[in-house]
Design a protein around this ligand. Structure first.
Ligand code: PLP
Length: 351
């Protein structure tokens, strides 16, 4: 066992995995207490009367091809939300361990830690450097209680990317102490390559990917942990069997067909060009204080009066995200990039 699993909760290391029903799809299934007939409205390929594969290996293999890693380095899960939950439950002991987050950032890292009873240590991003990571402060914050350090790149809600050199330097500095988890939910919109290419060299690096954003499958709930096979094996002990539903497995296989991937790439390009158009149009307005550069499918925009902007959007039937409650974001709203027509409506509605 190496340090990447030695720092996990000892009770999880010792846990005997749940013995699920044997998976032999070629045989008649009289072993899982299922109904032998499909429901009338069942439009799935495999039949929803049957449990899906408990730990979907074929899906892991397909995701591995897509993300350019080995199949044993992939854990398919119910969105990256579940990945964050699994990592927290496997690594952070209640009342003893801690995670480091870099606010303003995605809320699930702190939420999962608090549900687990782990401490949350905040190392704020530096607004003055375009929400860059404060590397010295972060390294100082990593006490022996810290098991997970989360970075989000591109970051939600600020939209900026963390450069590869910073991530690699941090992963090196944290080796032997804590896992460095890079959430790449929006990486497809950034034009930058995924850090999954660095997994083999840096066993303490964990990359989170999702089908929710660039592939348009938020409703299907599918994400993936990409990590050293020892970490994947540990998380598999804790993930629920059948976590990824049959409908989702089938939807992901369809989304990774060549034609669907071409379409996804075209839509990502469209989002990027609309992002540029929206950013330029907003930056020209006197009611807008700042449009932060974005490598994601949203813009962080500071208004002179975010409350008024929010009200006008709502009156026009448009929902945008109010971020005024977050420290350091002041009068900010987060605007997801929609279709050209939706973005026009947004531009018309905003002051
Ligand atoms: C940075 C980040 N990570 C993860 C998620 C959750 O993604 P998923 O739909 O895969 O659970 C989101 C959702 O908005 C996000 O912004």
């Amino acid at each position: 066992m190496s340090w990447i699993t030695e720092i996990a909760r000892p009770d999880i290391q010792a846990l005997a995995p749940y013995q699920h029903a044997v998976w032999e799809p070629g045989l008649v299934r009289l072993h899982a207490n299922e109904l032998p007939w499909r429901a009338a409205a069942d439009g799935s390929e495999a039949g929803l009367n049957r449990y899906p594969e408990p730990h979907p290996q074929a899906l892991a293999g397909r995701l591995a091809l897509h993300y350019l890693v080995n199949a044993d380095a992939v854990l398919p899960c119910r969105g990256s939300d579940e990945a964050i939950d699994l990592l927290t439950r496997c690594y952070a002991r209640c009342g003893r361990d801690a995670v480091v987050i870099t606010p303003p950032t995605f809320g699930m890292y702190a939420l999962c830690a608090r549900v687990q009873g782990a401490a949350v240590i905040e190392v704020p991003l530096r607004r003055e450097s375009g929400y860059g990571v404060d590397v010295p402060a972060l390294l100082k914050a990593v006490t022996s209680a810290v098991k997970l350090v989360y970075l989000c790149s591109p970051n939600n809600p600020t939209g900026n990317r963390i450069d590869r050199a910073t991530v690699l330097a941090l992963a090196g500095a944290l080796a032997g102490r804590a896992l460095l988890v890079i959430d790449e939910a929006y990486v497809e919109f950034s034009g930058a390559p995924s850090l999954s290419a660095d997994l083999q060299a840096l066993p303490g690096l964990v990359v989170l990917r999702t089908l929710s954003k660039a592939h348009g499958l938020a409703g299907a709930r599918c994400g993936a942990v990409l990590a050293d096979p020892q970490i994947i094996a540990l998380l598999r002990r804790v993930i629920q069997p059948y976590a990824v539903t049959q409908l989702t497995i089938e939807a992901v296989f369809r989304a990774l067909e060549p034609a669907a991937l071409d379409e996804a790439r075209a839509r990502v390009s469209l989002v990027i060009s609309e992002r540029t158009r929206l950013a330029a149009a907003l930056a020209a307005r006197s009611t807008v204080r700042h449009v932060w550069p974005s490598a994601a499918n949203f813009l962080l925009v500071e208004f002179a009066d975010a409350g008024a902007a929010l009200q006008r959007c709502h009156a026009a039937g448009l929902l945008v995200r109010d971020l005024r409650h977050l420290p350091s974001l002041g009068q900010s709203l987060r605007l997801s990039i929609g279709t050209a027509e939706q973005n026009d409506r947004l531009l018309q509605a905003l002051p």
